[in-house]
Design a protein around this ligand. Structure first.
Ligand SMILES: [Ca+2]
Length: 236
């Protein structure tokens, strides 16, 4: 009995060893196969990684910090340019505007309340906003989508060039220009800015400048927020 038990244990041990050898050999073969195909599969993996890295690039994310000027002054056109020094302007996180409870479902409530001046029935018609983004790998951007939260009218310049206009009359606007129509609640809009930004954006720092116009001197509210996404999912 003792001898048979020992033989049985030996047989079991051998079975385990053979199975182990087989599994090791098997895994070694799989590893070899994987290694021999490694170049291809690694490349595919890299491509999918690269593709995912190139999708939904937040060039300008919501709740970015903007410089703003809310003193009712006429800034002419110099304020739009890349070279303009906005260091004397105030700064705050978007959405910016008033009153504080104004909100959009897309961007949420106002994060920074700005001033409309001393007289609520003679509010500043125009408020100015500036920020900057850093761009790299511009050649990889096949589509650039802007999403906006606005009340009432907006003209957006990138590096001094107009790239987007909403609810504003045609032609050059100044600080006294009123928006085209009333926006009862802050509007949210999405725009394909690929064509508009082609030849305007460049590698490195790019300046964004937005003028937000009221519909009327006693308009109750103002709202400004935007985001910019390169290669939104499904576009490449
Ligand atoms: Ca308004």
């Amino acid at each position: 009995m003792h001898k048979r038990g020992k033989a049985k244990r030996f047989a079991i041990l051998m079975t385990v060893l053979v199975a182990f050898a087989a599994s090791f050999s098997g895994s070694s073969t799989q590893a070899d196969a994987g290694f021999s195909l490694g170049g291809t599969s690694a490349e595919v993996h890299d491509q999918s990684l690269t593709r995912s890295e190139l999708t939904n690039i937040q060039l300008l994310h919501p709740n970015s910090t903007w410089r703003y000027l809310d003193n009712g002054s006429n800034q002419g056109t110099a304020w739009r340019t890349t070279e303009f020094n906005d260091s004397a302007w105030s700064g705050g996180m978007a959405p910016l505007g008033y009153p504080v409870f104004k909100t959009t479902s897309l961007f949420g409530g106002i994060r920074k309340t700005i001033s409309y001046g001393a007289n609520s029935s003679m509010k500043h018609r125009t408020s100015y906003f500036r920020t900057a983004i850093n761009v790299s790998d511009l050649a990889d951007y096949t589509q650039i989508i802007g999403t906006f939260g606005m009340d009432d009218g907006v003209i957006l310049y990138v590096n001094g060039q107009e790239v987007y206009r909403y609810n504003m009359p045609e032609g050059e606007a100044n600080d006294q220009t009123l928006s085209s129509a009333t926006v009862e609640d802050p509007a949210t809009e999405t725009a394909d800015l690929t064509q508009a930004l082609k030849g305007v954006l460049h590698e490195g720092v790019n300046s964004f400048a937005a003028e937000v116009h009221q519909r009327s001197d006693n308009s109750s509210d103002l709202y400004w927020e935007m985001q910019l996404i390169a290669n939104p999912a499904g576009s490449i």
